[in-house]
Ligand binder design. Structure first.
Ligand SMILES: [Zn+2]
Length: 236
């Protein structure tokens, strides 16, 4: 049983229905059953640069436009973007960003075939299969770190957040997570998605920003679907 909140560490979560608890501090909802708290590896056909790319296209274009309109990056000539958990979107994001992107690095569980395909298109892919934190070597001089639909999958949530805090530097951080502002909905979402082991609330994002020592610049909630958040600068 994972009784302490995997994000803020608060103990004594409120039981919603077994095996789900909600944190009374940050309102994270998590699955306490250790037998299901494993990240389910994507199947071969959902790995990077695959036939499903088209399906992501509309959503991704919207996301990219939102990122660009909400950051000052569009005024910079060349930027370095790191996309942690890039999934199928690495090539498309690079294509959309190529006018401003000096360097685009994607990180995910990827095949060697995907790595070479990406390389031919000017994208560097980091394979996380053997080292979940291999992306930390790519955060130097990053202007933007994207982390879209990643946090809900992480078994080592706090370890990931701590690594991020240590390596984020001056980068703008852009995140997206499934968003269920009602705890009961969060439980239903977690029951429906065996690959998701925790679910978020607006308050969770505010506490995440505090742990990362970053200012929450933007929080756009699209209940009950998901939420975008943008974090800037160090907060004293
Ligand atoms: Zn918590």
């Amino acid at each position: 049983m994972r009784k302490a909140c995997p994000l803020c560490g608060e103990s004594g979560g409120i039981s919603l229905r077994k095996p789900f608890l909600v944190c009374r501090n940050c309102e994270l909802v998590w699955n306490t059953d250790p037998t299901v708290t494993r990240y389910v590896q994507p199947s071969e056909d959902t790995k990077c640069i695959d036939s499903k790319l088209e399906e992501f296209q509309n959503l991704t274009r919207m996301d990219m436009q939102m990122i660009l309109s909400r950051t000052s990056l569009s005024s910079k000539k060349k930027v370095k973007i790191l996309d942690i958990g890039c999934g199928s979107q690495a090539l498309l994001l690079c294509h959309l960003a190529k006018n401003l992107c000096g360097e685009f690095v994607g990180a995910d569980y990827v095949t060697s075939k995907a790595i070479s395909q990406a390389k031919r298109n000017g994208v560097r892919l980091v394979d996380l299969t053997y080292d979940n934190f291999a992306w930390t070597k790519e955060t130097n001089n990053c202007d933007l770190i994207i982390c879209s639909h990643v946090f809900e999958h992480l078994v080592q949530l706090r370890q990931f957040v701590d690594q991020l805090r240590e390596s984020i530097g001056k980068a703008t951080f852009f995140g997206a997570v499934p968003m269920f502002s009602n705890s009961e909905w969060s439980v239903l979402e977690l029951m429906d998605n065996p690959e998701h082991i925790q679910s978020f609330h607006e308050k969770t994002i505010r506490i995440l920003a505090k742990i990362l020592n970053r200012r929450l610049e933007t929080l756009i909630v699209r209940v009950p679907f998901d939420c975008f958040f943008q974090l800037e600068g160090g907060v004293k």
